[in-house]
Write a protein that binds this ligand. Structure first.
Ligand code: URA
Length: 251
């Protein structure tokens, strides 16, 4: 890793210093899993999706191209979240991106703009991405990421996604991954991790090694909103980003 001035500035933006030894990063949080992230909520037991609801999600999602998928998400009424949304939040970035970032669900700002991660957590995410030479803005596929959420509609009052909502939305995310064909997925936060990896394990237990989603390597990391509340853990977010970077460089 080259510590050029721009990258150093970005690390500073993240509250990190480049010279900190890995095993004693400044403000390193205690080894114990932070309360906000653990224990994880029970993994949704397989959800029986009501037949009436299924009728409202178009069939054949697994065959759709980008325009059809966008259209299907925009008009989806498969769960109750459709009644409160101002916009669906499909995703943003390069449709052939090497990197895919998966978050949880739109919040208020995202619902207003129809774009993922545009609030405070999004600013931190953009800074983290910039620190490793990535962007959501126009760039070639090796530099421009694709960002999507598990849920495409905002849960009211930013409550946690419900199992049925996750189950209804899951085919959309799966198809997005199939179409993007990323070389790496960064799963941010517990709902992204639960949905992609089908595990109940805490993020702290899953970090630091590679997982797989339909053949794509997955790196697990904390949600940027969590990092904003737990500043010392930003160092761990940086480590996770470096693991993803090294994974790609080694391929
Ligand atoms: N948090 C998420 O997980 N996704 C967003 O789009 C915004 C906040």
């Amino acid at each position: 890793m080259n510590w050029d001035p721009r990258r150093l500035a970005m690390l500073q933006e993240m509250g990190l210093t480049a010279w900190a030894p890995r095993d004693a990063a400044p403000g390193e949080a205690p080894a114990q899993e932070p309360a906000a992230e653990a224990p994880t909520a029970p993994l949704a037991a397989p959800v029986a999706v009501p037949v009436a609801a299924l009728a409202r999600r178009p069939g054949g999602v697994d065959q759709m191209d980008w325009p059809a998928l966008r259209e299907a998400v925009a008009h989806c009424t498969a769960c109750k979240l459709c009644s409160g949304r101002r916009n669906t939040v499909f995703g943003v970035g390069n449709e052939r991106a090497d990197w895919m970032i998966v978050g949880e669900a739109p919040g208020e700002q995202e619902d207003l703009k129809g774009e993922p991660f545009v609030g405070q957590a999004g600013k931190l995410l953009d800074n983290m991405l910039r620190a490793v030479g990535l962007t959501r803005g126009d760039a070639p596929p090796e530099r421009q990421v694709f960002i999507a959420n598990v849920l495409k509609c905002r849960p009211p009052h930013n409550r946690n996604p419900e199992p049925e909502e996750v189950a209804q939305c899951e085919p959309f995310l799966k198809r997005q991954v199939e179409l993007v064909r990323p070389r790496i997925i960064l799963a941010m936060g517990r709902f992204a991790v639960q949905s992609l990896l089908q595990t109940n394990d805490a993020i702290g237990k899953l970090r630091g090694r590679l997982h797989q989603y339909h053949g794509v390597p997955v790196v697990v990391t904390y949600h940027p909103a969590y990092l904003l509340r737990n500043l010392p853990d930003k160092a761990k977010g940086w480590e996770d980003l470096c693991l993803a970077l090294q994974t790609l460089e080694g391929r």
